[in-house]
Design a protein around this ligand. Structure first.
Ligand SMILES: [Zn+2]
Ligand SMILES: [Zn+2]
Length: 307
């Protein structure tokens, strides 16, 4: 089972008929848990149309406190309570997140049957979990914004006992030596190399999930990542025409950075409502493809990617 990523909302600022507000769910390899990154308004409605399950969300990572990334968390927590689970939940994000959630809980008389542990993320941090690490990067936006990097732990090669058995090797001290990768000479003089039965080690995958950000180069230290999901709110042409410059990235800037980094797959998300026609959408992806040679995808709501 691969790492699974579901785009629950891909619009910027306001929802459109085709795009809900920011939220991405990620299921680590061979796991039942879902990690949720941002929770724009109506994220729980999107979850109902997807393979994501609210009681299986035990960790939520919030990039920043703009409404299009957070207003759905209150309803989601309330629904999680209604689902009957009393499993604790951890919520990671910038300063002020705990105050925001606790204030809404208090004012709306929301009593949750589970504990919430809040982690305030400050700058670059490493959050260690059993099968993966999440690193954080401070981004450049109009308010404090955080990027999250999901880093799967490398897997050592494992000894294939069935392969050894079918090669006629019976359990015992010989197997123990082969497991250590040693070479063994059997009674009949046949030489067996243990390494032949050990699968090659697997390098963990790396997925970048950005918050709102006008400087994708802040991720450059990660080099060749497997998947980069980053906002591309405008095309460069439209951005240049804006009277007021908001702190967002253009498709051109993102694509050029991803090319420089050697990113294997790039997803553009957080799409301005001005691109809400098929024709306008292609302008974004066309611009990205001019500057990036890898696989570039324009995110759509409820799209799933496996890596
Ligand atoms: Zn936003
Ligand atoms: Zn924002």
């Amino acid at each position: 089972m691969a790492i699974e990523i579901v785009f629950l909302g891909t619009s910027a600022g306001v929802p459109t008929k085709n795009r809900n507000l920011s939220s991405i769910a990620l299921r680590p390899k061979q796991s039942r848990e879902w990690l949720l990154f941002d929770c724009g308004e109506a994220t729980q409605h999107q979850i109902m149309k997807s393979s994501v399950s609210i009681p299986k969300i035990d960790k939520i990572f919030i990039t920043h406190l703009h409404g299009d990334h957070i207003y759905g968390i209150f309803g989601l927590l309330a629904s999680r309570a209604m689902s009957g689970t009393d499993k604790a939940i951890s919520i990671y994000g910038p300063d002020g997140l705990e105050e925001m959630i606790e204030t809404v809980k208090r004012l709306s008389g929301l009593n949750l049957p589970f504990d919430i542990t809040y982690y305030t993320v400050k700058g670059s941090q490493r959050l260690e979990f059993e099968h993966y690490t999440i690193e954080t990067v401070k981004l450049s936006h109009s308010i404090e914004s955080i990027g999250y990097i999901f880093i799967e732990k490398d897997k050592k090669g494992h000894f294939d006992i069935e392969k050894a058995k079918s090669a006629g090797i019976s359990p015992g001290p010989i197997i123990a030596k082969l497991k250590r990768g040693e070479t063994v000479t059997l009674n009949d003089g046949i030489v067996i190399d243990g390494k032949e039965f050990i699968s090659p080690p697997q390098k963990g995958k790396i997925v970048i999930i950005s918050g709102d950000n006008d400087s994708p180069c802040l991720f450059e230290k990660y080099g060749s990542v497997d998947l980069m999901i980053h906002e591309a709110t405008y095309t460069q042409r439209d951005f240049d025409k804006l009277e007021r410059k908001f702190k967002h990235t253009t498709a051109k800037d993102l694509a050029a950075t991803a090319q420089k980094m050697g990113v294997k797959k790039l997803v553009l998300t957080h799409i301005s409502p001005r691109y809400d026609t098929a024709q306008r959408e292609t302008e974004l992806i066309k611009e990205a493809k001019r500057y990036y040679e890898g696989e570039a995808i324009l995110a759509k709501d409820l799209m799933t990617i496996e890596i």
